[in-house]
Design a protein around this ligand. Structure first.
Ligand code: BGC
Length: 770
């Protein structure tokens, strides 16, 4: 070959090689959407350095309020960050994503997460309220809309549903869950997962869900947030875990490890929870993220020696990704020490790869490699979709619980020509929404005062007075981020406002009092020793009730409160919880009869904090106190709650009859069908939640006096009667027995009650035999 030919051949070969390389770099198999996820993950992992792998396990907060994008950008470019949370602005999300996808070596997209708990732009009722609807279809629709709004902004992962069973209203986070009951909690859990993820979290408008806080967080000692929990195995399996199991069965994509110690082992370092239960017993395939700083916090527990030890112990226990709030991207426990552990053999390659694989799998399955960006041009139209507001109003109507309605004061008569709307929460846009409302347009929230003004007929005078002011003893962490409350009133203003409110009430025909708690009085880091109405609210209620005028009390709050004074003096009480953006309209609809209350309490309502913990599914270890003898549990107050679990009134009445079982005796494992007729015996249409409770009379362990095992919310026109059917199969009749240390179904006699709350009296029974 002539030298110039040789040169030409070399050039051609070099070009070919470059082309091949370029092609290989531009389109490696992991970027080929038509390949199965496993292959893509294998291919990607084969290209990753240890630092890039550790980077995928590193999740950081980004607070636009006090951080600058420049703080994050180098870490994104270098592949040191796998996920970011707390961002809500689509432009910044896209800006960061572009760096990861175009400028990082392997172009791995960032998974953006946020606490989409009860809405994003449109705020729905808080989770405790949604659970009060006992309407799983509604809950699913709500979370579908929440997912649609959040994903429009570029968020692809929500830290919800929160599935902690809570039996202590002092614990502020009771507001974030579905209340005290494992059966109701499990149904609501599955509905939320379906709502967020749909059948595929990668489909447009859906999010990856994250069940939290795994597990036992709601049993915090003394109701103090973050405190340790001691839960027996029986209570764990029978009470605290069922909602999580239901979420896993519904296909939830991720889980968050809880902050606290469970029986002396931090949940974030618990191989029992994260491996034995989650993976081995339940076959969970998603990934686990720690709660914020929970890995580093293992040192605080007196568990890990230092941050580096914490990283090794969390990873080997089964925490795949660390959520942390570091100063720079490499100061988290994982990012600062996993590479070293790998080198020194404290963590194996297999252990590291297992975690990385799960995170990457989630990113592929969420469709992030194909659709990494938010479509900024569509955000506003999705957020302002009027259907979302309509659903928010319906959700708030359906979540309210009517606690009292003496003399059928509600729905309100149109004869009232002047209405006094009184109370510190009556015109508060902030408090109508509830905790975890960070991304909405607060101005568009409708207060109770605004809802009432829009509702009354022309000519009716509606006037407002706050009457009292309320405040936490010290500000909440969220207040420091999202705006302090105005300073408390001075003594002179206090007296003046109080008197003004009483005078306004005196000159009005009807008084609607809106009392309760600020949104930051419940939620995270918002536990409370007392459950009294804060401030001078009760005093105001007493003074106004003394006027002898019709008074309706509307409660805006995130936990049951001590209202024992009110329940014998105030004729009408509506628990609205924090009802969300459309709350004021929904409350007015309910008060004036354009909607009928049908919600039921998902928690037992105590008379006072002294009864806590109080829940209906307790074991009866002594004769009931209705009998004479050594039976009284307290001598100063009754043992019974103020309102039982499942309780709630309507504007109509319902009667239950004809309770029957398909067979009086069934063999172990065979299902029993139960049916009952529910009739609307009043003069208005309404909805009733028919609830089925069982009691197992004997067995290998003591069983609760009652356990919810079925419910259905039924709509009935006046005079209409419907038959409601339930199935009691093996899952409903099986429990984890402390005596045999495992799941059992005992041959036994079972009592069955069906009715409108957990004190239902219509009863039958059946027997399970060998
Ligand atoms: C909370 C979690 C939340 C996380 C991220 C933590 O403080 O416990 O529930 O998802 O912060 O915001």
């Amino acid at each position: 070959m002539k030298p110039n030919r040789i040169l030409l051949a070399c050039v051609a070969a070099a070009l070919l090689l470059t082309n091949t390389l370029t092609f290989a770099t531009a389109r490696p198999p992991y970027l080929n959407r038509s390949l199965p996820v496993d292959r893509r993950v294998d291919d990607l992992m084969s290209r990753m350095t240890v630092d890039e792998k550790v980077g995928q396990l590193n999740q950081l907060f980004y607070f636009s309020q006090f951080m600058k994008p420049e703080m994050m950008e180098p870490g994104l470019r270098e592949g040191k960050i796998g996920s970011l949370l707390f961002m809500t602005d689509p432009a910044t999300i896209n800006r960061f994503q572009k760096i990861a996808v175009e400028q990082s070596r392997l172009k791995i997209p960032i998974l953006f997460g946020f606490d989409v708990i009860h809405g994003f732009h449109t705020i729905f009722p808080v989770p405790l309220a949604l659970a009060s609807s006992w309407d799983t279809n509604l809950v699913e629709r709500v979370q579908t809309v929440a997912a649609r709004e959040a994903s429009a902004a570029g968020i692809r992962w929500t830290f919800a549903p929160m599935l902690d069973i809570a039996r202590d209203p002092r614990w502020g986070r009771i507001v974030e869950g579905a209340g005290e009951d494992p059966f109701l909690g499990a149904r609501i859990a599955a509905a939320q997962v379906r709502g967020f993820q749909g059948s595929d979290p990668a489909s447009p408008g859906r999010l990856l869900a994250c069940m939290k806080h795994f597990a036992g967080y709601g049993a915090a000692a003394g109701g103090r947030d973050y405190d340790g929990a001691y839960i027996s195995d029986a209570e764990l399996y029978n009470v605290y875990l069922p909602p999580f199991k239901a979420a896993v069965d519904a296909g939830v994509g991720s889980a968050m490890s809880a902050y606290m110690d469970l029986n002396d082992v931090p949940a974030t370092g618990s191989a029992f929870l994260l491996r034995d239960v989650l993976r081995t017993q339940w076959g969970f395939k998603g990934f686990v993220v720690s709660d914020a700083n929970a890995v580093g916090n293992l040192v605080t527990h007196g568990f890990a020696e230092d941050k580096s030890d914490a990283a090794a112990r969390a990873l080997t226990a089964g925490v795949d990704m660390e959520m942390s709030l570091p100063i720079d991207p490499v100061s988290g426990a994982y990012s600062s020490s996993l590479a070293k552990h790998l080198q020194e053999g404290r963590v194996t390659k297999a252990q590291l790869d297992e975690a990385v694989r799960r995170v990457l799998e989630a990113k592929f399955k969420a469709g992030l490699f194909e659709n990494p960006y938010a479509d900024e041009s569509r955000v506003a139209s999705i957020h302002n979709d009027p259907d979302h507001r309509r659903l928010a109003r319906i959700a708030a109507q359906r979540s309210a619980v009517l606690l009292r309605n003496e003399g059928n004061l509600l729905p309100l008569d149109t004869k009232f020509s002047s209405v006094a709307v009184i109370g510190p929460l009556a015109d508060s846009k902030r408090d109508i929404r509830g905790s975890w409302s960070f991304a909405d347009d607060i101005k568009s929230a409708v207060t109770v005062l605004e809802g009432i003004r829009a509702k009354v007929r022309p000519g009716v005078k509606v006037e407002y007075a706050p009457g009292v002011d309320i405040a936490r003893a010290y500000p909440s962490i969220f207040e420091t981020f999202f705006g302090r409350r105005p300073a408390a009133w001075g003594e002179a203003q206090r007296r003046e406002e109080f008197d003004k409110a009483v005078a306004l009430a005196r000159s009005s025909d009807l008084i609607v009092m809106v009392l309760g708690q600020h949104e930051e009085m419940s939620g995270e880091a918002a536990s409370q020793s007392s459950i009294e109405l804060p401030g001078r609210q009760r005093e105001l209620l007493e003074s106004i009730s003394a006027l002898g005028k019709p008074v309706v009390l509307v409660l805006i709050n995130g936990r049951p409160l001590d209202i024992s004074w009110a329940v014998t003096r105030v004729p009408a009480i509506l628990e609205a919880w924090h009802p969300g953006t459309e709350g004021g309209n929904a409350i007015a609809d309910l008060l004036w009869g354009d909607a009928t209350p049908g919600g039921k309490l998902p928690v037992t309502w105590p008379r006072s904090a002294g009864q806590i913990p109080i829940y209906y599914a307790r074991n009866l270890t002594q004769e009931p106190e209705t009998k004479q003898g050594f039976t009284s549990r307290y001598w100063d107050i009754p043992t019974s709650p103020l309102y039982p679990f499942g309780y709630g009134l309507s504007y109509t009445t319902f009667t239950y009859s004809n309770l029957r079982v398909s067979k009086p005796t069934a063999k172990l494992g065979e299902p029993v069908e139960v049916s009952v007729d529910v009739e609307n015996t009043g003069r208005r249409s309404g909805e009733e939640v028919a609830q089925l409770y069982i009691h197992q009379r004997s067995g290998s362990a003591s069983r609760p006096v009652r356990e919810l095992k079925g419910f259905e919310r039924v709509a009935l026109a006046p005079g209409e009667k419907k038959t409601v059917r339930f199935t009691l199969g093996k899952p409903e009749l099986t429990y984890w027995s402390a005596a045999s240390k495992g799941w059992v179904q005992d041959p036994a006699t079972f009592d069955v009650w069906v009715g409108g709350d957990s004190t239902a009296t219509l009863q039958t029974k059946f027997q399970i035999t060998r």
